[in-house]
Design a protein. Structure first.
Length: 299
């Protein structure tokens, strides 16, 4: 299908579907990791991802799917994504979905700051203002007395570090590696890591058919989310897609309430709104040629 950038509302709709898929995956992850080891949950999710990516791209690309130009960096990027999945799974086990997702959305703000000296990207003054506002929002969420599990908060913050590594390497590798190749290597490296980790957690483990189905649903939701997100580029420019990506926070908060009955305190809610407004403002204010949405690194 030829590319078409003249259907922005359809592009935004695809981003909405993508962020709904990611937020739904967050909810499923929280449910599953409350019962089973994170390694086992992620092993099933990544193995399914390998199967789906291979089934979709191998007939079209053949052995070109495996080819990399900067293999070491591709591998580091893939490990960073797997570790981001691990830390987020641990965080969601003890943290509400909405607050956890708000914390991990520090990543685009950190990437903006690091990209200035590392990638020589230009940032306007207003973006720094909103970056500080969003950071203040995260401080409101993790403030003492908010009732969040300290270990869960730590894992969510570590997730931000891995997410920054993953996205910076994605920018560095994009000129030399195909998107399909990066997807495939991220999938098989993650699958290998979690299968190895999960082998030690299988002793005495019993998974119900329903929960195994939910593990497969998790993999499907993440695959659909990335598919919708990537497809959105066909119909709308990145400058329009980027702000819509922050609907992830809205979906996460709403689904967290519907499924787990969690209602954030008013200070935490204010913090989540600051993160949302700050992220959207940064995306809108970015110089046009640099506007590019950051996919969530969450599961």
């Amino acid at each position: 299908m030829p590319e078409s950038k003249d259907r922005p509302f359809f592009g935004i709709a695809l981003v909405m579907l993508a962020t709904l898929s990611f937020a739904s995956a967050d909810v499923v992850t929280k449910y599953l990791t409350g019962i089973y080891p994170v390694s086992v949950v992620m092993a099933v999710r990544y193995v399914l991802n390998v199967v789906l990516v291979a089934a979709f791209f191998l007939p079209r690309m053949g052995t070109a799917l495996f080819h990399t130009n900067r293999t070491a960096l591709v591998f580091v990027r893939s490990v960073a994504l797997a570790l981001a999945s691990l830390t987020l799974g641990i965080a969601l086990r003890s943290m509400p979905v909405g607050e956890t997702v708000a914390i991990i959305y520090l990543a685009p703000i950190a990437i903006m700051a690091i990209a200035v000296p590392l990638l020589h990207e230009r940032v306007v003054r207003a973006q720094w203002f909103w970056a500080v506002a969003a950071f203040g929002g995260v401080l409101l969420i993790v403030r003492p007395g908010a009732g969040l599990d300290p270990f869960g908060v730590t894992m969510a913050l570590i997730n931000v570090g891995f997410a920054v590594t993953y996205h910076l390497l994605s920018r560095i590798l994009s000129p030399t590696e195909s998107t399909a190749t990066l997807l495939f290597h991220s999938a098989w490296v993650g699958a290998l890591i979690f299968v190895v980790l999960g082998l030690g957690d299988l002793s005495g483990l019993s998974v119900t058919p329903y929960d195994f189905l939910m593990m497969l649903v998790l993999g499907l939701l993440m695959s659909l989310g990335h598919f919708f997100f990537t497809s959105a580029y066909r119909f709308a420019p990145a400058s329009i897609i980027a702000p819509a990506n922050y609907m992830h926070l809205v979906w996460a908060g709403g689904l967290g309430f519907l499924v787990f009955g969690h209602v954030p305190g008013w200070l935490s809610l204010c913090g989540m709104l600051l993160v949302l407004c700050g992220g959207v403002a940064i995306a809108i204010l970015a110089p046009r040629k640099l506007k590019a949405p950051i996919e969530p690194v969450d599961a």
